[in-house]
Design a protein around this ligand. Sequence first.
Ligand code: NAD
Ligand code: TYD
Length: 376
Amino acid sequence: MTHKTIIITGGAGFIGSHVVRLFVNKYPDTKIINLDKLTYAGNLANLKDIENKPNYKFVKMDICDFEGVLKLMQDEKVDGIIHLAAESHVDRSIKDPFTFAQTNVMGTLSLLQAAKAAWNGEWEGKRFYHISTDEVYGALEMTHPEGIKPPFTTKASSGEHHLAYGEKFFTEDLKYQPHSPYSAAKASSDQFVRAFHDTFGMPTIVTNCSNNYGPYQFPEKLIPLFINNIRHRKPLPVYGKGENVRDWLYVEDHARAIDLIFNEGKVGDTYNIGGFNEWKNIDIIKVLINTVDRLLGRPEGADMDLITYVTDRAGHDLRYAIDSSKLQKELGWEPSLQFEEGIEKTVRWYLDNQDWMDNVTSGDYQKYYDDMYKGR
Ligand code: NAD
Ligand code: TYD
């Protein structure tokens, strides 16, 4: 690591907390500043184990605060930014697109402007790394609903379930076709980052990753929400027919990819990150039910009757599937975990950390949750 001081935005969120932990532990000579506004999704309890490390600092700040970010960058002589802060939940973006444009688009632009002002054209040794999603590419067709052998095998997909649901995958050269306000805002932010590279020569990198799962994910997203509901025998709201396909990656494997790309990725380039690990929602849900039941000593599958089909999400993208062969070939990255291992670890973590779950599911979040799901 050649960088001396890095800002990681959104470090109190799900993926950000794993990235902060990895960098703080792996690079003791680099100062890691976690810049986070602490929205409903930001939780400093995610970082309890590293909060007293000498190379870690937390700053509560909005990425939209241009003056504040500029001063922080100048005072701390920041030479790298890893940008994860965002509004990240599709259902919320359908209810409140404005907040998504404000944080994801204007916030990213503000951060770029602050970095440009702080670095003042001296790009040597600097890096602005923007974390994005595969959802910017839109949705893929499901030409093979029964599943076919995928073109590549990785550790993430080498378990029992190893199918693709179409011949096409998201590659880096695809046209952006976002459908949800969330993905539209992320797509716009990606384009601003590339524009700062092309116009000003800023040393930027963009990566687009598939769905992440693992510890510390806010329980509004499918996997933690359903683990918690199964535990408490609450209904599992499956959107539509549960046939939508997502490509799942264990969050620590994403964090490892971010580390590799931040240090060795090509400036100005884009990399897709994913594990060739496609699952229909309903199949994942059945795995979650069986795993929770087994770990709680209930008869396996006893909770299948919790599955409750509800009105589909508006504009629900049918299939996401990432082709990450560029990253695998150019930088030698591979997922480390087989999906079955990752899910087992994840379910165990949520069952063992009920305090964490109770903490984030109380108060304002609960009210929001009730409003959103009332009537479903
Ligand atoms: P998250 O919602 O769990 O965390 C977001 C974090 O950003 C929170 O800590 C929040 O407090 C902070 N934040 C929000 N607005 C802010 C602002 N204006 N200023 C400063 N901080 C702010 O999100 P996540 O799932 O960890 O996703 C992190 C990033 O990775 C996002 O950019 C997301 O688009 C991208 N991504 C997520 C996934 C996924 O499956 N979760 C997949 C691919 C890419
Ligand atoms: P989610 O975790 O919100 O991630 P994303 O929408 O970014 O892919 O949802 C994953 C999939 O699960 C998606 O197809 C929507 C579906 N889903 C449900 O069926 N029910 C739910 O309650 C949630 C939160 C998601």
